[in-house]
Design a protein around this ligand. Structure first.
Ligand SMILES: Nc1ncnc2c1ncn2[C@@H]1O[C@H](COP(=O)(O)OP(=O)(O)O)[C@@H](O)[C@H]1O
Ligand SMILES: [Mg+2]
Length: 317
């Protein structure tokens, strides 16, 4: 057995801060007073470029990684990631599934997966993922107090992300679903540049503002050679509980975006209170109401994802 210990908040912060400082000092360019600000900036840029892009690697024993992304916040990335990971375990019970919450500033996995403990640290100083519903989970939210704000600069965030990805005893995983923060920023770049990503699943609502940011996300993944698995249109329709009429609250522009990007709309998920309740209560809809239309939609999505991943192959180091 492991001689394990729970990772306490203060230790975690010390650990992350120390690593952040180390990285910072390692790459600190000395300031030459004879140079103008512009020259110093150029020298710094050249130095960074000379260092080259990091080499992509696999997380040990993790076969395939799927990013759940989109431009906008609040469109349902985390809800999709949580239900997808849980549904993968239902449609492929023999496969091992992990869920990494890469939203360092706004982690959702602890609440949505009903996990409120700190991870144990094993002999090799790796954090043990916490398991619920058969899914191995890791989140920044397991390491910090639920009410504390995360007020960090970029380097600390990158250091935290590195720990969440590479310092976790994932064990053998067939699929690792990564829930990402909104936007197309440092987190996405860092994940894509450092890891072999089998695909990116884009979540969007059918609203113009969300679709525009989704387009930017899709183009970023294309530029970085990450295959786009498809689009999940979330909150597509809502059904009137009295007359049962299905209405589309937002536009129908997802179809034209999918065509423009040359990707499929893998699933349309309705807006339904049971989905929000499932997320808030920490029991995803695929488990809390497994026979519902909404749960079926997530299971179908999981089947599409399995087919997509089976076509991607597994990259070797
Ligand atoms: N299809 C849906 N029907 C009802 N509520 C939803 C649906 N998808 C997401 N929500 C709710 O919307 C809110 C934002 O979703 P979340 O998954 O946290 O978005 P994101 O991760 O993109 O910021 C949450 O309260 C969630 O429960
Ligand atoms: Mg989220």
């Amino acid at each position: 057995m492991f001689n394990t210990a729970r990772l306490h908040l203060s230790e975690c912060l010390k650990y992350l801060r120390y690593s952040g400082q180390r990285q910072h000092s390692k790459h600190n360019t000395s300031i030459d007073p004879s140079k103008t600000k512009q020259e110093s900036l150029q020298a710094r840029q050249q130095e960074i470029m000379a260092r080259g892009l990091p080499k992509r690697k696999r997380i040990k024993d993790v076969k395939q990684i799927l990013l759940v992304a989109s431009g906008k916040g609040g469109v349902g990335k985390s809800t999709t990631a949580v239900n997808l990971a849980t549904a993968l375990k239902i449609v492929e019970p023999r496969k091992t599934v992990g869920l990494l919450d890469a939203d360092v500033f706004g982690p959702s996995v602890p609440v949505m997966m009903n996990i409120h403990e700190s991870p144990m640290v094993n002999h090799d100083s790796f954090m043990e993922p916490l398991i619920n519903y058969g899914v191995k989970c890791m989140s920044m939210g397991f390491l910090i107090d639920e009410k504390s704000p995360v007020v960090w600069r970029g380097l600390m965030v990158m250091s935290a992300l590195d720990k969440l990805v590479n310092h976790v005893a994932w064990g053998s995983l067939d699929y690792l679903v990564i829930d990402t923060p909104p936007g197309t920023g440092d987190t996405h770049l860092s994940l894509v540049q450092n890891l072999f990503i089998a695909g990116a699943l884009l979540v969007t609502t059918p609203q113009k503002v969300a679709l525009e940011v989704t387009r930017r996300g899709a183009n970023m993944f294309k530029k970085l050679d990450v295959p786009v698995a498809g689009i999940v249109e979330n909150m597509s329709t809502v059904t009137c509980p009295k007359c049962m009429t299905e209405v589309s609250l937002f536009g129908n522009d997802t179809v034209s975006l999918a065509k423009e990007l040359g990707v499929d709309i893998l699933q349309k998920i309705p807006m339904h209170e049971s989905i929000a309740e499932g997320s808030d209560s920490g029991r995803p809809i695929v488990l809390s109401a497994p026979k519902s239309k909404q749960a079926e939609a997530y299971k179908e999505l999981a089947e599409h994802v399995v087919i997509f991943l089976s076509k991607q192959g597994i990259k070797e180091d």
